[in-house]
Design a protein around this ligand. Structure first.
Ligand SMILES: [Zn+2]
Length: 247
């Protein structure tokens, strides 16, 4: 009997300078791909974060008015750990983010402001693979981001953006989706993994509400376990995986 061949993932494209990561909530990038972001900023690349919401509906024991500002602070701290200083919030309402032209326009505007070659987002598909159902916010923001990469380059889709001085940016070459169950590419997680752990740990209030486990044990177990299992498809190196949509 022969062993089934495991398809190996391609290394991520490296010829780019600026990335913009667009996700629904504080912690989406830290669960999804911050080891890769740490490696990129180490190499001198610029990465900025745009969050559709402040994650204000994410903690059962904290009312949104209190939770939103707290999660914003945790997000800024976690971004700083991996070398990201620009963090913007689009102020869509957590939990009920709607896919539609308002969201596409806000993301297209962010792409025009930052002019990235690489756009990163989180899994836009219905599930995480199998029967693990995704959340509607991730689906809406992921899909809108894939669409907005095109919208940003077309001056006639949201002409009001051009009137505001945001010139079209048709330079997005790839949209990389983290957390996809059909990845195509990967980044070596080794150099950034320790900072990824510390970056996710900055979401301490959220994590303490989520689990009774010691936060560091929980975070390390999750991120290291995920990177090691992804590594089976990346030459045995711990990895962060992406499904890459070239443009
Ligand atoms: Zn999320």
């Amino acid at each position: 009997m022969t062993e089934p061949t495991i398809t190996q993932l391609e290394p991520m494209p490296g010829d780019w300078r600026r990335a913009l990561a667009v996700v629904a909530h504080p912690d989406d990038l830290e669960y999804g791909c911050s080891a890769a972001i740490a490696a990129w900023t180490d190499e001198g690349r610029e990465v900025a974060y745009v969050l559709a919401s402040r994650g204000e509906a994410g903690i059962d024991t904290l009312a949104p008015a209190e939770c939103g500002p707290l999660r914003e602070r945790e997000q800024r701290a976690s971004a700083a750990v991996v070398g990201v200083s620009e963090v913007e919030f689009l102020d869509h309402r957590d939990g009920v983010i709607e896919y539609g032209t308002a969201l596409r326009r806000d993301i297209a505007a962010a792409i025009r402001r930052h002019r990235p070659e690489l756009v990163v987002t989180l899994n836009h598909r219905d599930t995480w693979g199998g029967v693990a159902w995704n959340t509607p916010d991730h689906v809406a923001v992921g899909r809108a981001t894939l669409d907005a990469a095109g919208d940003a380059g077309n001056r006639w889709i949201f002409p009001e953006l051009t009137e505001q001085g945001l010139e079209p940016w048709d330079g997005v070459r790839w949209v990389a989706v983290a957390g996809s169950s059909s990845p195509t590419h990967a980044v070596d997680a080794t150099p950034g993994l320790e900072r990824a752990v510390r970056s996710l740990l900055e979401h301490r209030t959220y994590i303490e509400a989520l689990t009774d486990e010691d936060p560091e044990t929980y975070v390390r177990g999750f991120l290291v376990g995920f990177a090691e299992s992804a590594g089976e498809r990346f030459g045995g190196k711990p990895a962060v995986t992406f499904e890459v949509f070239p443009r």
